[in-house]
Every structure is written in structure tokens, then in C-alpha cells.
Write a protein that binds this ligand. Sequence first.
Ligand code: DNO
Length: 394
Amino acid sequence: MYEAWRWFGPDDSVTLDHIRQTGATDIVTALHHIPIGDVWPLEEITARKKLIEGHVAGRTSLKWSVVESVPVHDDIKRGADGCDRYIASFVSTLQNLARAGIRVVCYNFMPVIDWTRTDLRFSLPSGALALRFDQDVFAAFDLFILKRKEAVQDYNKAEIGRAQDIFETMTAEDVTQLVKTIVSGLPGKMTGDYGLDDFRAALATYKTITKEALRANLLKFLDVVLPVAERLGVKLVIHPDDPPRDIFGLPRIVCTAKDLEYLFAAQPSVSNGLALCVGTFGSHPDNDLPHMAERFGNRIYFSHLRGVKKDLADPRSFTEAAHLDSDIDMIAVIEKLLQAEKVRGVEIYIRPDHGHQMLDDLEKTANPGYSAIGRLKGLAEIRGVIRTLDRGLD
Ligand code: DNO
């Protein structure tokens, strides 16, 4: 297993030297400044690679091994006229990445909005802060802030009542913060920056797109992209929809093991891979993560190791938990991934996904979920599990 670390580029407050100190060897990053749909120029890729891999006297070397993510333009997801040019850009970006020697590329197929939370500073009993998705707060946003017309059909009476109670206690500042958290997006998001009106307009463009249509558009995209990826030796790894269910009336198609069965049966190419995001899949009650790690072991090239604790009252609400202390049996997941590596003779890139904001990081401004110390703690715990299982001491 390669221990990787997500880095947001030169502006990340967690520097390459900090990453060296965590013991991670591989970098996961993207050229976040390039507009969605544009080709990533080879010169920019090689410049970024040099920054990461360039030899610094006396320092451990790092390698840029995984791209997370190359964004897929919404026109491709909608199957809009003219989307072929965005597919062609995606292909050119893959070619440039392969030229630079980067061969694991993450992407997602979430319409309009990438990963979503309602609270970026949820206080834990320890005083550390966690990311949280609260279904009632989300409903309050959908019904009373966004005022999405069709939203009333998505919630029952009791849910609407709870959402209204929440909305009524919110200050103007709370509302602004929630809008920012949900629609202007979280770090690493692969979608646009929206205000409320733009967001409504973007949602409206999916009015007629059913789940089946979205699936067909994903397959059409893969029809073009996978043969190229295969020739280049690139593995494309799809990231699940987070949270893994439909939201805002948008169809979401990468949520469960069943969705994956469908995807891999329809596109059996060896380049059709999976980014096993344990926390994301784990927030869906039907997903059995150790089983999925085993079942899709031959498709997993990259994995985000993180867990969630779902609320007892409503399992659609969850709080991001400590890496080994969540609803998910992380040790069993790691064991299955190690077994998959042995069978395939390939190593999987893993990264500690998100971490609690804690200790000195509480005073610092960091990308939500991506402060240093919480992730370092997660990585250290995970490393202990990997080393122990590797020795067969389990
Ligand atoms: C959040 C991440 C997502 C992910 C993209 C993948 O922490 O898991 O931002 O990178 O959705 O395309």
C-alpha cells in the first residue's frame, strides 16, 4: 500500500515539508486553478510535478502519483449538445498526465454539486471539530433558504416541521454560512462556484435528466475515454456520490454496491476503476464496506480511508468519526484491500481522508476536513493497522 496525502497545491497551508513529516510518500493533487472543461497543459502538469518531486537537498522525495480529480464538465453529465468537445479535452488531459507519468486519475459524476456537508465545525466532546451532514439542517436549507419548488415532495410532514424549527432559530449569519457551506462548495470540489440564483439555474438544467439518462451519459463518456486510458496505461477511478443518495432532486448514480456492479458490467475495461471512499459509501446503510472492498478489489486503485458515525435517530445524518472508531470496520476494510493487492500484485494508493480539526490546528485556517494534525493522527492509526496485518499478526 502506498501512503498518499492530499495536497491542494502551493497555497495549501499544509506544506510539502509538513507532508514529508507525516511519513506519506505519495501526493494526491489536481491543477485546481484550471477552469472546468479546459485541457490541462503539459507544461503546467510538469511544472507542478517538478514542484512536488524536485530534489530538495537533504529532504525525503515525494511523488505525484494520483490526480484527484480531473473534473467532468456538467455538459457531459447532461449529455448536452456540443459536450463532445469537453470529452475531447478530458482525453487530452489524460494524455498529458500520462506523458508526465501520472497514471491514477480520480473523477466523479455528481451533477452540479460535489461533496456536501451542513456543518464544518461540529464540536466533538473532546473539543476537536468534525464535519457533519445533518439531514434536518439540509432540509431547512432546501425548503426555506433555497426554496426549491419541488422540495416539499421530498420531505414528509414531520421532516418539514423539524426543518422549519431549525430555520426559525437561524440568524442571518447562520443562513449565510449554510449557503456558503452547501453551494459554494468544499475543498477539492469539482463543480462551479455558485450563488443561490446560479445554483437554482444549474439545478433547473437537470429537470429532465433521469437516473437512466445520467447513467447513459456516463457510459457514453466512458466509451470514449476508457479505450484511450487503456492505451495509456491510465486507471480512471470513479469517486462515489457524497452523500450517496439523490439530493436537491438531482439523480445520483454511484451510491451503492449495486451501482458499481452495473458500472463494471457495462464497462469491463481494466481502466474502469474505483476510488473506494470508505466514508462516503459507509454513510449509506446498505453498504457493507469490507464486503465491497473484497467484491471490487480488482477495481480499486485508490482508497480514501475515513469513517462516519450515523445518527441513531436518522441514519441519513452523520458525523465524520475518528478513522478507526466509526460505524465501519476499518481494520476489515484494510485487510480486504491488502488481500486484493496480493491477488493482483498491484499496490493500492490510500490516503487518510479528512481529519478532525484539533490541537494547534484549532487556531489555524485550513481547508475544511484537510487540516494537518487530524489527518496525521488518522494516517498514523491506519499505518499501524497496515503494518500489523502485513506481518500476519491479526
Ligand atoms: C472530499 C473529496 C471530494 C472528491 C471529489 C472526487 O473530500 O472526497 O472532493 O475529491 O469528489 O472527484
